[in-house]
Design a protein around this ligand. Structure first.
Ligand SMILES: Cc1cc2nc3c(=O)[nH]c(=O)nc-3n(C[C@H](O)[C@H](O)[C@H](O)COP(=O)(O)OP(=O)(O)OC[C@H]3O[C@@H](n4cnc5c(N)ncnc54)[C@H](O)[C@@H]3O)c2cc1C
Length: 390
């Protein structure tokens, strides 16, 4: 067991760190403050990330990407989130779905979609499970659980109808993976199918862009399907096997969500440490007060332990023989709980200043809250993990 980055991993982390310092930190809080959610998103940042080779980090080298593994991707997500959580979500989704397409797509689908994704400096990806009335049900399915979005067989393909909401990159993606009910007599566990749907397909439109508390540099939107024709060639996996696709081809999804909130918590911890070293009260820098220093040591312990768990999960994704399904549910639970704890304590280290927008702690707090609510609510993920105990 080697607790050391490889040269390639260290180089990727350094590349992201430089990008964050040069391009993200100077603009993130200004973008975050825009009133309209659409104005918080920046194509300029996406294009700059493309030019730096970041957008296609997980794309195989044969398509012009870097083809990094799950561990390296998790490290990149964490580093990007130290700059801004929303931007980290924009890329974590895209990086993860490029990996999914490479794992689950046929050779013909890869040849059709991946070069176009590589060539487009604005090429982003999105995945659509959630509907207003079907949400936690796709994490903990039961006999009555169905997607309201349906795909009905038509000549040479399928007709898709329905509405998905809360979708990260929903209004920005050029390609979607869409989950729909193809057999309404069955639960979504046995009667749903995954489809590849390009943005410009007739009948696909964007509804509301959601106005979020934090993670604002990422947009979330409704995606609407009205009689959208999807050819058979764009079924991802097998018809009726959508749930299997979801279970099998997203091994590091939970780890990436965890890495995102971990990056935000680390940014908050770093600021609290710097503040404690320079803020003088009680006649000395406040870090010289034992109780405050031990508080910071405790936060460091939580962060280090969480980081190991996240990297263990990503590593197990890279080593299917060592995979444990618990690792597909629990790291995000830990990271989001730790993230929230670190944020509230790091704010407190800043005293009254922590509550003022000028220190930037409130943005980090709003951002950290996002993963208590996304990629599965924690209770739901614990239920998903508990299934494997029975
Ligand atoms: C910022 C953000 C980004 C997102 N991005 C995407 C995306 O890209 N793609 C996508 O498809 N979705 C996305 N989502 C949706 C997200 O995964 C869902 O919001 C989440 O799964 C919860 O669904 P819900 O809000 O409808 O809550 P509900 O399912 O209504 O849950 C409400 C409460 O009930 C509890 N609960 C639910 N079922 C059970 C049960 N069986 N037993 C006990 N308690 C239960 C839950 O734990 C929760 O506390 C995103 C959400 C957010 C907030």
């Amino acid at each position: 067991m080697v607790f050391q980055l490889t040269d390639e991993q260290a180089a990727v982390v350094e590349l992201v760190r430089e990008f964050v310092t040069r391009e993200v930190l100077p603009v993130a809080s200004r973008l975050d403050r825009n009133e309209r959610p659409e104005d918080c998103f920046s194509w300029e940042l996406v294009e700059k990330a493309s030019a730096a080779g970041l957008r296609t980090l997980t794309l195989d080298e044969e398509y012009g990407g870097s083809g990094v593994d799950f561990v390296t991707t998790a490290l990149a997500v964490e580093e990007l989130a130290k700059g801004d959580m929303g931007l980290a979500v924009v890329f974590a989704q895209t990086w993860k779905l490029a990996q999914t397409l490479q794992l689950a797509g046929t050779a013909e689908q890869r040849a059709r979609y991946l070069p176009a994704y590589a060539a487009d400096p604005r090429g982003l990806l999105a995945i659509t499970f959630t509907e207003p009335d079907t949400a936690s049900d796709y994490f903990v399915p039961h006999d009555g659980a169905r997607y309201a979005t349906t795909a009905v067989e038509a000549e040479g393909g399928w007709r898709l109808n329905g509405l998905k909401h809360f979708i990260s990159n929903g209004n920005r993606a050029s390609l979607y993976i869409v989950f729909a009910q193809t057999d309404v007599a069955q639960s979504l566990e046995h009667g749903s199918t995954a489809f590849l749907v390009p943005r410009d397909t007739p009948g696909l439109s964007i509804g509301r862009v959601h106005d979020k508390l934090g993670e604002r540099l990422a947009n979330n939107a409704e995606v609407i399907f009205e009689d959208v024709f999807v050819p058979d060639a764009d079924v991802l996996g097998e018809p009726g096997q959508g749930f299997r696709v979801q279970q099998t081809f997203f091994p590091a999804s939970n780890a990436y969500a965890a890495a995102t909130v971990l990056g935000v918590a680390e940014a908050a911890y770093d600021r609290a440490l710097a503040w404690a070293r320079q803020r003088v009260q009680g006649g000395k820098p406040i870090i010289q007060h034992d109780s405050l220093a031990s508080d910071l040591a405790e936060l460091r312990m939580w962060l280090d332990a969480t980081r190991l768990y996240v990297l263990h999960a990503a590593w197990a994704g890279d080593h299917p023989e060592a995979w444990d399904p618990m690792l597909g549910a629990l790291p995000k639970v830990l990271a989001s709980e730790v993230g929230w704890r670190v944020l509230t304590r790091a704010m407190e280290v800043h005293g009254g200043y922590g509550y003022m927008k000028e220190t930037g702690m409130e943005k980090l707090l709003r951002d950290a809250a996002a993963f208590l609510h996304s990629d599965g609510v924690n209770r739901t993920l614990l239920l998903k993990a508990a299934k494997h105990l029975r």
